[in-house]
Design a protein around this ligand. Structure first.
Ligand code: PMV
Length: 356
């Protein structure tokens, strides 16, 4: 992407964005420099699991500001400040005005307190949108539209890879593949409507919390495990096959084929972790109990509800809106006993980020 070399004006203002988390159906696991995925991944954004960033800025080209103040839900937070600071340093190369900017950033999350769900995709996509909005303002460019979102997705990727998929509603693809034109490793794209049957436009995601503690394996460490993984090459091939099957299922409205890929990807991700050096077992006994219950429920009722997991023990149960009245009692009666404090989040497909 071209670096901006415009004049830096003396100005100040405020910008705020709310941006969602996303759940991957085909998983991103393993990367190459700089934050380019080892394989293409596909996801959709959530409605309730969002992060809001408020950013006050003062830009003065005659001043090299050192002052950056960060708060998380109104309180100072060491890990949040450290990650944000490192991220802004990365962005300096793309936005020369940042070196001359005093920033006060507050981040608010609607994620239930310690729900064990990663908020980094939501946070980095909201941060990227705020910085790109300031850039658009001072360079008198459009602060919306395709090019703006593409740039925001590219910048979000530099914070956390999967964050680049939080910029769009619908089904979102990140990573280059001959199967989809315009696909790229630099930024995500939204799959056009003709590629996705309406059956997949109103999905629910029941997030079943089996363990609310912080992730045992950071995604940075997890991706690095793929660098010398014995199944690295096989994973590239398998994820390509799964993506192809997933694209066909989405186009045809085939929920069974969709679900088979979703569960193969989730268990495949955990299989890769179990075969890493060192090996990790991130599922809990209750994760497995829920997976079994979901399989039995499907066999007994033929209702399309499929489970996926990220690099942790919590389950995302994905199902279409049309069967919600059947799935809700199943969750309440049969799955919540295996959740920590019976906690789960009734989330669903969202509409993407919102400028506030
Ligand atoms: O964006 P990262 O570095 O937090 O990696 C996300 C990895 C998974 O959540 C396991 C899979 C994915 O595609 O979101």
């Amino acid at each position: 992407m071209r670096k901006v070399q415009a004049m830096i004006p003396k100005t100040k203002g405020r910008v705020a964005w709310e941006s969602p988390a996303n759940i991957a159906l085909v998983k991103y696991w393993g990367k190459q420099p700089v934050q380019i995925p080892m394989n293409p991944s596909l996801s959709f954004v959530l409605k309730k699991s969002v992060v809001e960033i408020n950013m006050d800025y003062v830009i003065d080209p005659d001043n090299d500001f050192k002052i950056k103040k960060f708060t998380l839900n109104g309180k100072s937070s060491e890990p949040f400040s450290e990650k944000t600071e490192q991220y802004l340093v990365r962005l300096n190369n793309f936005f020369p005005f940042l070196k001359h900017t005093q920033l006060v950033i507050d981040s608010r999350s609607t994620f239930p307190h310690s729900a064990g769900i990663a908020s980094s995709a939501a946070a980095f996509s909201a941060l990227a949108l705020c910085i790109c909005t300031i850039d658009a303002r001072i360079n008198e460019k459009k602060g919306d539209g395709d090019e703006f979102m593409k740039k925001a997705s590219h910048m979000a990727r530099l914070g956390s890879g999967s964050a680049c998929r939080s910029l769009y509603e619908g089904m979102v693809l990140w990573g280059e593949t001959p199967l989809v034109s315009r696909s790229s490793g630099d930024h995500a794209i939204r799959l056009s409507d003709d590629l996705v049957n309406n059956a997949f436009m109103r999905l629910n995601d029941a997030i079943l919390i089996t363990d609310s503690s912080t992730k045992r394996v950071s995604s940075t460490h997890g991706h690095a495990l793929m660098d010398h993984h014995p199944y690295r090459e096989q994973r590239k091939i398998q994820s390509g096959i799964n993506l192809e099957k997933m694209l066909a299922a989405l186009a045809e409205g085939d929920f069974t084929a969709f679900g088979e890929v979703v569960e193969s990807e989730a268990l495949g991700l955990h299989g890769l972790m179990m075969l890493s050096t060192p090996p990790y077992l991130l599922m809990h006994p209750n994760t497995i109990r829920i997976l079994e219950k979901v399989r039995m429920f499907r066999e007994e009722t033929a209702i399309p509800a499929y489970a996926t997991l990220d690099a942790g023990p919590n389950i995302h149960l994905i199902y279409p809106e049309t069967v919600k009245s059947n799935v809700l009692p199943f969750i309440e009666q049969e799955l919540t006993p295996y959740c920590e404090g019976k906690r789960w989040i009734d989330d669903r497909m969202g509409d993407g980020p919102n400028r506030l």
